[in-house]
Ligand binder design. Structure first.
Ligand code: HSE
Length: 301
């Protein structure tokens, strides 16, 4: 049996649409066990009956990876052990399922796929690399597609930088949140984002966090997506008032991310923010997360 633990991811980080992402300390842990035939998916000890396995990303990514490698697909029992990453909230839950399925299939086959090949397959399945790459390699990463290959570079994150995820109880599908985006942007908007994406990477790499607020500015996706997230603008203002140094829409939303300097400060910030959010519509909860520097782990159990 194979157990795979995958961190959540915060993609885009403001200006880095489909390119920049970081792995954080919320996890899904899933076990995969080959059985003679059939597909059994267990969540919280009970069979998952509300969807066909052929629509379940854990199963499809597992089975498609075996098929891609020419391995017959026998039966599999997939057991959810930890489900820390909330679904459709902008924290990379689909990427975590895809990564888990591919890594489990690879281990079942005795690891014939290299990390680069796993990244290629995961990116193809997800459609963009900014969640799957940090989920696999940990930390913050910049990922681009070049002649059909995915190239990435890791960016060091300052130790003092804390992420506070502000997560609502409602979901927003990535499909819907991509549909509202314009198909083309003005040169001024592209220049705006190129500068900020570069400033974000330079700030992280140098540890100079003084320009993080402008560095997380964006004109490519956040203005359009904020309209889909009721209450977001007020929550961003509250976070600023309570001392965050930058804020952005995590991935496609609806989670909002606040950056805070210092982990002790972040714990107090999250609890003050929770007090301010209590009673507001949307069921928002703030949680203090740390960067996950390791990425997905595979264990034989
Ligand atoms: N880069 C993606 C987007 C992340 O913004 O749509 C969400 O999966």
């Amino acid at each position: 049996m194979v157990r795979v633990r995958v961190p959540c991811t915060t993609a885009n980080m403001g200006p880095g649409f489909d390119v920049i992402g970081a792995a954080l300390s919320l996890y899904n842990e899933t076990e995969f066990e080959e059985i003679d035939k059939g597909v059994v998916i267990l969540e919280e000890g009970r069979p998952k009956v509300d969807e066909s396995p052929h629509k379940n990303l854990l199963y499809t990514s597992y089975a498609d990876t075996l098929k891609l490698c020419g391995r017959p697909v026998r039966g599999v029992r997939i057991t959810g052990r930890e489900r820390g990453i909330p679904i459709s909230r902008g924290l990379g839950s689909s990427a975590a399922c895809i990564v888990a399925g591919i890594l489990a299939a690879n281990r079942v086959m005795k690891d014939p796929l290299s990390l680069d090949e796993v990244i290629e397959i995961a990116t193809r399945m997800e459609g963009h690399p900014d969640n799957v790459v940090p989920a696999l390699v940990g930390g913050m990463a910049v990922s681009v597609s070049e002649h059909g290959r995915v190239l990435y570079a890791k960016v060091p994150l300052p130790e003092s930088l804390a992420f506070v995820a502000i997560i609502p109880s409602f979901r927003l599908s990535t499909k819907k949140a991509r549909k509202v985006l314009p198909r083309a942007h003005s040169r001024a908007d592209c220049v705006h984002n190129i500068g900020r994406a570069a400033l974000l990477v330079a700030s992280m790499a140098s540890g100079d966090l003084s320009k993080l607020r402008p560095a997380t500015g964006d004109r490519l996706h956040q203005p359009y997506r904020l309209r889909l997230i009721p209450g977001a603008q007020q929550i961003l203002s509250t976070a600023r008032e309570l001392g965050s140094i930058a804020e952005y829409v995590s991935g496609a939303g609806p989670t909002l991310m606040a950056l805070v300097e210092g982990h002790d400060k972040a714990a107090g910030f999250a609890s003050n923010l929770n007090a301010a959010l209590s009673g507001r519509p949307g069921g928002w909860k703030a949680i203090h997360l740390r960067p996950d520097l390791q990425g997905a782990r595979v264990l034989d159990v």
